[in-house]
Design a protein around this ligand. Structure first.
Ligand code: MGP
Length: 303
């Protein structure tokens, strides 16, 4: 040990040296103990064997680091929230600091190009792929009951734009319900929250069990719209039955399943309840092709 010239008086210097020696001895015996236990710390550059099985068994939870809260719960898919409102027409929204994802431009796909006019005033707000980020977004945006008239939130799987023209939507349709204003402000926020949770939780068109063959989820996105006299909540699907029979019957059954989950579990109505009334609709399905025809000869499915 290097001796350092000290200005301490004799007894104090002796006490200080004794304390230092004791600390060094303690450190040495801790190192020896850990070597005896086989948990040596690696030398710089040394390659270590990792017991993968032991690591897998150790599940990381949010309790491991309760201060940093650095464990995220990933969603099955990433989702992009889009928004339009009379107030955002012709304006660019500021980038939000809430996520590392950049704002999503309308893709230069044939569908994206065809929908450019429609998408002009629809702004992407944020893309998220974890439960925590979803709540971060949800807790910081205006609920549908407080949206201005003609505003819409669109929550779509990342990469799909909220337009009929998108490849994922062009053969699809939508389940929707219209609820008159004046009576439904109390319910619309919960209905929209439940709709988003069912979408990001993939419970509207349940995912295949392990090893089960099933085409990609039917759901492409969900929308809430505020209009002067009513609210509308919609669920967009990738396909729409044409009524041709055969394989189409299986698709129709699957689409009807989505409608039933929407009506009962998400919106909270008994399955047999009739909902239509002044400015209110049943939970009804319409293909986008029929929507484009503005309802002429539309074939609606109702649950
Ligand atoms: P809307 O807003 O879905 O219906 O569509 P709403 O709420 O009944 O009507 P609003 O006038 O009160 O807003 C309104 C209109 O927007 C449609 O008739 C179309 O002209 C146009 N539009 C709607 N969507 C969903 C699309 C789309 O995906 N692509 C294109 N190109 N136009 C659309």
């Amino acid at each position: 040990m290097t001796s350092v010239a000290s200005t301490l008086p004799g007894p104090a210097l002796q006490a200080s040296q004794a304390a230092l020696t004791a600390a060094m001895d303690q450190n040495k015996s801790a190192e020896e103990n850990s070597k005896a236990n086989g948990d040596e710390s690696p030398e710089p550059g040394e390659i270590q064997e990792v017991d993968m099985e032991a690591q897998e068994q150790k599940i990381r939870t949010v309790f491991e680091d309760p201060k940093s809260f650095n464990v995220k719960h990933p969603l099955y898919s990433a989702w992009t929230l889009w928004f339009d409102s009379p107030a955002t027409k012709g304006r660019n929204l500021p980038q939000t600091p809430m996520s590392s994802f950049p704002q999503t431009p309308v893709p230069q796909t044939p569908g994206g190009v065809a929908a450019l006019g429609w998408m002009e005033d629809i702004k992407s707000v944020i893309t998220f792929d974890s439960v925590e980020e979803f709540w971060g977004v949800y807790n910081n945006i205006v609920p549908p009951s407080k949206l201005p008239n003609k505003a819409n939130y669109y929550l779509f799987k990342q990469g799909i734009i909220p337009a009929w023209e998108d490849e994922a939507n062009k053969n699809g349709g939508k389940w929707s319900i219209q609820l008159p204003k004046g009576k439904n402000e109390r319910f619309i926020d919960t209905m929209w929250l439940n709709t988003m949770l069912a979408a990001i939780g993939e419970t509207l068109d349940p995912l295949p069990e392990d090893g089960e063959e099933q085409p990609a989820s039917l759901i492409t996105g969900v929308i809430v719209s505020a209009r002067p006299q009513f609210f509308r909540v919609s669920i967009w699907t990738r396909s729409a039955p044409s009524g041709a029979g055969g394989e189409d019957d299986a698709l129709r059954e699957r689409i009807e399943g989505v409608g039933r989950v929407f009506k009962t579990y998400v919106l909270g109505y008994p399955e047999a309840q009739k909902l239509a009334g002044p400015l209110a609709t049943e939970v009804e399905f319409l293909s986008h092709k029929d929507s484009e025809k503005k309802g002429k000869q539309a074939k609606k499915i109702i649950v």
